[in-house]
Ligand binder design. Structure first.
Ligand SMILES: *[C@@H]1O[C@H](CO)[C@@H](O)[C@H](O)[C@H]1NC(C)=O
Ligand SMILES: *[C@@H]1O[C@H](CO)[C@@H](O)[C@H](O)[C@H]1NC(C)=O
Ligand SMILES: *[C@@H]1O[C@H](CO)[C@@H](O)[C@H](O)[C@H]1NC(C)=O
Ligand SMILES: *[C@@H]1O[C@H](CO)[C@@H](O)[C@H](O)[C@H]1NC(C)=O
Length: 463
């Protein structure tokens, strides 16, 4: 669906891109050209918006949202691994002879309101959003010209989901990321290449690459979140050629960031920022920009109608993951799976809004922050650090019973000042008996304190 407004935005974007091009051409230094190999591509500096953004929302949405049972790997569990409970589920709920393709018309997106989603994600404090444009099932959430009848325009919603969400996010200045699976479980061209030991590339030339180029040219994403890379080497996927084009000649060459899933053994070694494995948690400060992706529903990325409340992350575990991740220099990408109608379940909304409320007070310690010389305090105080210039932020997740918090690591000076974000009075402190700071937390009644899960002390004049 191409609205007048969409056309106008596209025309404006094209004009802006042209002006940038002219601007770059008149600058003196010739732009660097990247060559299609990892040493060259890995040397590209990561565009700064990504590290500053820190918080994103991940959205897993597709035909798997129709059975909405088990996980977004439904088709594989059912027809690949042939787990009997998946077959029993289909027989019990769907007419005889139902195939996975029969789910697509039921992916209606009837209640999908992209402007409402964008508003929710902004209220959650997200500075970027990553949508599954195509998961391993191969169904594209846009009218891909190489995905005949297995896309959201020809069937199901009959809408360009990728485009509609992108337009809504941009109205709120939220960066847009496109998740894209390189491989597809059951695509015959992929299975043929696999049978050929990945010596042929019918699938890559006929499907993967045309889709990637089309996504970039049509939607001008700020981020490409690649996945489904693990069965075949990057040489099969032609990943380095695509990335060299992306960095040299694409309309988003100066702003786009990518992750690290571009072929066997690439993850955690090559690409832009590193995801490593899902829900990765490094034990020490990594020397490369990274992102932790996590899901409110601990058991699934896609929507499951049978999820139970005790399987979901609660507010304090979300905040803890965010704080740990950011203190180790990572970004935090928190997932929700919408229903086949396009509803984000109220329980997910509630978790996202809680995160946004926490960030509303403590965001100063998160957005645009850098790791400090110490990331985590070795004490029962569960305290994590971030920094911004000379300012140090100590985020503690457990309120000490005595309302006195001892932080061994910061070295105080004559100018040291301690405040708590969301609380106007400066806090009293002393030099702790051994070393560090002994801080008297506000003794207000709990209901007057800003929030229940994690508080931030702003330390000025400490080393
Ligand atoms: C699909 O779209 C892309 C970009 O919009 C275009 O370059 C390409 O030629 C098209 N391919 C086919 C098979 O129509
Ligand atoms: C990936 O790494 C493993 C272990 O180092 C190695 O055995 C394998 O050959 C590598 N695969 C590719 C495609 O490079
Ligand atoms: C794929 O990679 C090969 C080898 O690097 C290169 O010659 C070819 O042009 C690439 N094709 C595309 C479409 O990127
Ligand atoms: C905490 O303990 C670990 C392991 O003993 C040590 O490497 C680290 O430096 C300690 N951190 C602080 C803040 O003392």
């Amino acid at each position: 669906m191409e609205t007048g407004r969409g056309l106008f935005l596209r025309a404006a974007a094209a004009a802006a891109a042209w002006l940038c091009f002219v601007g770059a051409a008149s600058a003196s230094a010739p732009p660097q050209r990247y060559t299609p190999d990892w040493p060259s591509l890995d040397a590209r500096p990561l565009p700064g918006w990504f590290d500053a953004a820190k918080v994103g929302v991940f959205v897993h949405w597709g035909v798997f949202s129709v059975p909405a049972w088990g996980s977004e790997w439904f088709w594989w569990h059912w027809r690949g691994e042939k787990q009997p409970d998946f077959d029993r589920f289909v027989q019990a709920r769907f007419p005889p002879g139902t195939s996975y393709a029969d789910f697509a018309p039921r992916f209606t997106a009837h209640d999908f309101q992209p402007l409402q989603w964008a508003r929710l994600f902004q209220q959650a404090g997200a500075r970027y959003v990553v949508l599954t444009t195509k998961h391993h099932e191969g169904f594209t959430n846009w009218g891909s010209n190489v995905s005949w009848n297995w896309n959201s325009v020809d069937t199901g919603p009959h809408r360009d989901l990728v485009g509609e969400l992108g337009d809504a996010l941009r109205e709120r200045n939220i960066h847009y990321g496109l998740y894209h699976s390189l491989f597809e479980w059951f695509n015959p061209l992929y299975l043929l290449d696999k049978k050929n030991g990945f010596k042929s590339q019918f699938f890559v030339y006929g499907k993967t690459l045309p889709e990637l180029y089309e996504l970039v040219l049509r939607y001008k994403p700020d981020l490409i979140w690649s996945d489904g890379d693990w069965e075949a080497p990057d040489t099969y996927w032609n990943s380095t050629s695509f990335l060299a084009w992306l960095y040299n000649d694409s309309p988003v060459k100066d702003t786009v960031v990518v992750n690290d899933r571009w072929g066997t053994n690439c993850s955690c070694h090559h690409g832009g920022f590193y995801n490593c494995q899902d829900k990765y948690e490094p034990g020490t400060l990594p020397d490369h920009k990274w992102e932790m992706c996590s899901s409110i529903d601990r058991r699934s990325w896609g929507y499951r109608s049978n999820m139970q409340i005790n399987e979901l992350m609660d507010e304090s575990s979300i905040i803890q993951e965010l704080v740990q991740t950011v203190s180790y220099g990572g970004n935090y990408l928190l997932n929700v799976g919408p229903t086949k109608e396009g509803v984000i379940a109220p329980v997910f909304q509630e978790r996202l809004l809680a995160l946004g409320k926490w960030l509303g007070i403590n965001g100063e310690a998160i957005y645009e922050s850098k790791p400090w010389r110490i990331q985590k305090e070795n004490c029962t105080c569960s305290t994590w650090y971030t920094s911004k210039g000379e300012t140090v932020y100590a985020i503690f997740l457990t309120w000490p019973e005595s309302s006195v918090l001892i932080l061994p690591s910061p070295v105080s000076s004559a100018t040291t000042k301690v405040t708590m974000l969301g609380f106007s009075e400066p806090l009293k402190w002393q030099v702790a008996p051994d070393k560090g700071l002994k801080i008297m937390l506000p003794s207000a009644v709990p209901s007057l304190l800003p929030l229940q899960h994690g508080w931030t002390l702003k330390l000025v004049g400490v080393a």
